[in-house]
Every structure is written in structure tokens, then in C-alpha cells.
Ligand binder design. Structure first.
Ligand SMILES: [Zn+2]
Length: 261
């Protein structure tokens, strides 16, 4: 599943190519034909991301809401238009580029009120400058749930996915099963700031990079992380343990990330 940095990067790219432009919108696959017809010809005013939700604003008050889910993907190419590849749910065409989105979990038009309800349900997003970390700390410090689950719960805090979860907790020497109410403000601030920094690097490079050394340009993402899907801890050379939290793979080094108490 794409993590928050992928969606923010897409929002940034799409804003640059579409903001202030009249878009021609279609649904080559047909499943979004009605919605596409309603939006086509409108001027796009802004594209932004809230967690993993991609939002296109138009001159009128409705918004286009996209969530890629597990299998959705976005392709961008320069004009001229080419034959759609696979089942393209929505194609957006500006005056320089074409964006195709295949297989999103959500592709819908939201009236303004529903859009506001949606963003109220999403927790503060580490990548947004308007995010308030105090709200996240309040939720976490009142919960007995493990921190490894809380930081990936998009209603608590938005943007962190499976890979960043393991990496951030390892970098901050925090055991993923530490209960939220055992996380002090200092520890929370370290998580928040590290997430903010790492996801911003992710947006810039359009890749997950959590190691402090600059990776070779062509290395695969696995070469750029510390413990995710690895076997040996880069710090203590001990074994990395694989386990599951809420059905998703997680990793930790029990030596570097001891449980408190
Ligand atoms: Zn270790």
C-alpha cells in the first residue's frame, strides 16, 4: 500500500501541472463515466493530500476524492494522449500532462460538506504544515493500544504506513508493543519529528529512505531502510524479529528496542 509520502508527492506534482487549468476528464474503463462527465471542463483550483487521501478541488465547490487502497496506481505522462493501459478508472488531461489512475479503492465526487466530514475523520497528517501534534499526543497518551498500532491508525495520525512504522520505532529505540499511555511527551515528539523528517525525504525522492547515509542512486528501496524485511540489526548486529500487528508485517530489534519496565 502506498504510504503518505507517495500521495503527497502525487498531490504536489499534480498541483503543479493542473492548478488553474481546465481539465478534460474521462473514465476509459467506464466505471466513473458519470462522475467524469460532471467534472470534465471544470477548472482545477488546487490538489492536496490528507494522509493517504488525494483531493482535487474544482472551481465549483465539489471535490474529487481518490484513495488508492492496496492496489491502486497512478501514471503520469506528457501529452499527447496514448492508449489507456489496463483498466483506467479516471483520466485527467491538462494542457501538458495526462494522469491515469487504475484500481483505486475510492474514486468519487464529494460535496463540500462531505469533504469536510472526511478530513475531520483523518488524524493530523505529519506532512501537512497545519497538523497539530498535540491532538495526536492526547490520543496516544490516553490509549492502552501498542504504539506500533497507534501510529499507523490513520484516524490518530495520518501518513505512516507499514515500512515507516518499523523504521521510525527502530530509529527511536521504541518497542512497537509499548502501550500508548507509557509514551511520554519527549518520546512522542521524537516519533513525530522523525516521521515528519523521513516522510519529507520520501516526498522529495519519491522513495522510502530511512538510512542516514546517502544511498546509491539506483539501489532498490530495501537498500535504503534499516530493518524492514532485513535479518540483521545494523546497530547491534543482532537478529531482527518479524511479527504482526493488526495483520501487517512489522520488524524490531529486541536489543535496541527494549520494552519499558
Ligand atoms: Zn539492534
Amino acid at each position: 500500500m502506498p504510504e503518505g509520502h507517495t500521495i503527497h508527492r502525487a498531490a504536489r506534482d499534480h498541483h503543479r501541472i493542473f492548478a488553474g487549468k481546465q481539465l478534460s476528464i474521462s473514465s476509459p474503463q467506464g466505471r466513473f463515466a458519470k462522475g467524469a462527465a460532471l467534472l470534465s471542463g471544470q477548472q482545477c483550483s488546487c490538489v492536496e493530500a490528507f494522509g493517504k487521501h488525494l483531493i482535487y478541488h474544482f472551481d465549483h465547490s465539489d471535490v474529487l476524492h481518490i484513495h488508492l487502497g492496496l492496489f491502486g496506481r497512478i501514471r503520469k505522462h506528457k501529452l499527447p494522449e496514448t492508449e489507456p493501459k489496463g483498466a483506467v478508472r479516471i483520466r485527467l488531461v491538462g494542457d501538458t500532462h495526462v494522469i491515469d489512475i487504475n484500481g483505486p479503492t475510492i474514486c468519487q465526487i464529494l460535496p463540500r460538506q462531505e469533504f469536510l466530514r472526511l478530513i475531520n475523520r483523518i488524524g493530523p497528517d505529519v506532512l501537512r504544515s497545519d497538523a497539530n501534534p498535540d491532538l495526536v499526543f492526547n490520543r496516544i497518551s490516553k490509549s492502552k493500544a501498542p504504539i506500533g498500532r497507534l501510529i499507523m491508525d490513520q484516524s490518530v495520525m495520518a501518513g505512516i504506513g507499514n515500512i515507516y512504522r518499523s523504521e521510525i520505532l527502530w530509529r527511536q529505540s521504541i518497542h512497537p508493543e509499548t502501550p500508548g499511555n507509557a509514551i511520554g511527551r519527549d518520546m512522542f515528539d521524537r516519533i513525530w519529528n522523525d516521521a515528519k523528517e523521513l516522510l519529507a525525504i520520501g516526498v522529495k525522492h519519491n522513495a522510502i529512505i530511512t538510512t542516514n547515509t546517502t544511498p546509491p542512486a539506483k539501489s532498490r528501496y530495501r537498500e535504503r531502510v534499516n530493518i524492514f524485511a532485513k535479518t540483521i540489526c545494523p546497530t547491534c548486529k543482532g537478529m531482527i524479529r518479524r511479527f504482526e500487528i493488526s495483520g501487517r508485517r512489522a520488524y524490531l530489534c529486541e536489543t535496541c528496542q527494549p520494552l519499558p519496565g
